[in-house]
Design a protein around this ligand. Structure first.
Ligand code: SAH
Ligand code: SF4
Length: 369
């Protein structure tokens, strides 16, 4: 059965009309759900009780139980483990930014688009656990609404900021679940409801070229991040088991088309792993690959996962890589990692109630996402 959050406003209007009710009732429900962040139909006091009862029976709120919530030591990052109606576990993360930082005032929700992931990146905890299923539009939107509701409840506290950004950088490959992801963007963008501006969404992909092209043709222009991790196909294929399907030349070609279609800058993510992809010559090769593209590279020192063989480079080596890339004319920063000690950082989400790395590594903080 679909949930309330699975429907668009137009679909909700049809649902209401099919039950002999005027269309404006749908808009009332929509406003309650996405503007006032009502947790149930009971709050919707200007909607007739009989309609509320049939909505609750036919279009329930999605079943998303928080199994556990962890907060980082600085209290700015919260990771939530959620059980879906069929028992599958996903994680979402809320990241608040230090008022003194460049990104001050932001409150970013990092959402999952799938339970697990089939793309097979060896350094990613989600990838190591394998694929379970796609999330629905409602399950994606609900992750954002749940944090928004909680933030609203803390409105008087400094931490009670409204959600300002949504990034598809949690569990799963969003382009492999394109339609549900895109509908969730449209729902959360809807000016009649949640009203988040298109440029405040970022979709991160491991490089599914059909998805990149499709995104370039959408009327809403959201941010695109592409996870590259290697300057050549042989190395990339050794790191990502499905990378042979998407050669780098095709990915870069799709990004070029996307930039031409939208005029927007693409972010490339490059996860730095010691002695794998962190050599200065590899930075030069990356510079050659991306030459002339309107882009920015985010260098992410790899976060610890269960695979003990993977280490982040020493800080000096990371900075040397950055310098080399910058020298070849590519804008690049080293990403601030948030919530590493609660395994809430990039690549650490695995829907596992027990996982926790033994030690929080040194954080390298130069610039945030
Ligand atoms: N599947 C999409 C989006 C989710 S992953 C993608 O791969 O882009 C979000 C980001 O986390 C990606 O850039 C990914 O490369 C990065 N990542 C994965 N494992 C990581 C790890 N162990 N340390 C740091 N970043 C990691
Ligand atoms: Fe999937 Fe992204 Fe993890 Fe790769 S990095 S396994 S694509 S979630």
């Amino acid at each position: 059965m679909p949930s309330l959050y699975d429907l668009s406003l137009v679909e909700l209007e049809s649902w209401v009309a099919e039950r002999g009710q005027p269309k404006y009732r749908a808009r009332q429900v929509w406003e309650w759900a996405y503007r006032h962040l009502a947790p149930s139909y009971d709050e919707m006091t200007n909607v007739p009780a009989a309609l509320r009862a049939s909505l609750a029976a036919g279009l329930p709120f999605p079943a998303m139980d928080t199994v556990r919530e962890q907060t980082s030591d600085d209290a700015l990052t919260r990771k939530r483990l959620i059980r879906l109606h069929d028992g599958k576990l996903i994680e979402s993360v809320l990241m608040l930014y230090d008022p003194r930082s460049e990104s001050r005032g932001r409150a970013t929700v990092c959402v999952s688009s799938q339970a697990g992931c089939a793309m097979g990146c060896g350094f990613c905890a989600t990838g190591q656990a394998g694929f379970e299923r796609n999330l629905t539009t409602g399950e994606i939107a609900a992750q954002v609404i749940a944090f928004a509701r909680e933030q609203k409840a803390h409105a008087k506290a400094a931490s009670g900021r409204a959600i300002t950004n949504v990034v598809f950088m949690g569990m799963g490959e969003p382009m492999a679940n394109y339609n549900a992801v895109w509908r969730a963007v449209e729902t959360l963008h809807s000016p009649e409801g949640f009203g988040l501006a298109a440029r405040h969404f970022t979709i991160s992909t491991v490089g599914l070229t059909q998805g990149i092209r499709k995104l370039g043709g959408e009327s809403l222009q959201v941010g695109l991040a592409v996870s590259l991790h290697a300057p050549d196909d042989a190395l990339r294929q050794s790191m990502i088991s499905t990378a042979h399907r998407y050669p780098l030349a095709e990915i870069v070609g799709a990004c070029r088309e996307y930039i031409e279609a939208t005029g927007r800058r693409v972010t490339f993510e490059y996860c730095l792993i010691e002695n794998v992809n962190d050599a200065p010559e590899q930075a030069q090769a990356l510079g050659r690959l991306l030459k002339g593209l309107l882009c920015h590279v985010n260098l992410i020192p790899v976060n610890p996962t269960a695979d003990a063989g993977i280490r982040r480079p020493a800080r000096a080596r990371t900075l040397a890589f950055q310098r080399e890339l910058a020298a070849s004319g590519i804008a690049c920063t080293v990403r601030v990692e948030k919530g590493v000690e609660i395994s809430a950082a990039c690549g650490q989400l695995r829907g596992d109630a027990s996982h926790r790395p033994d030690a929080a590594p040194q954080q390298i903080a130069i610039s945030g996402r």
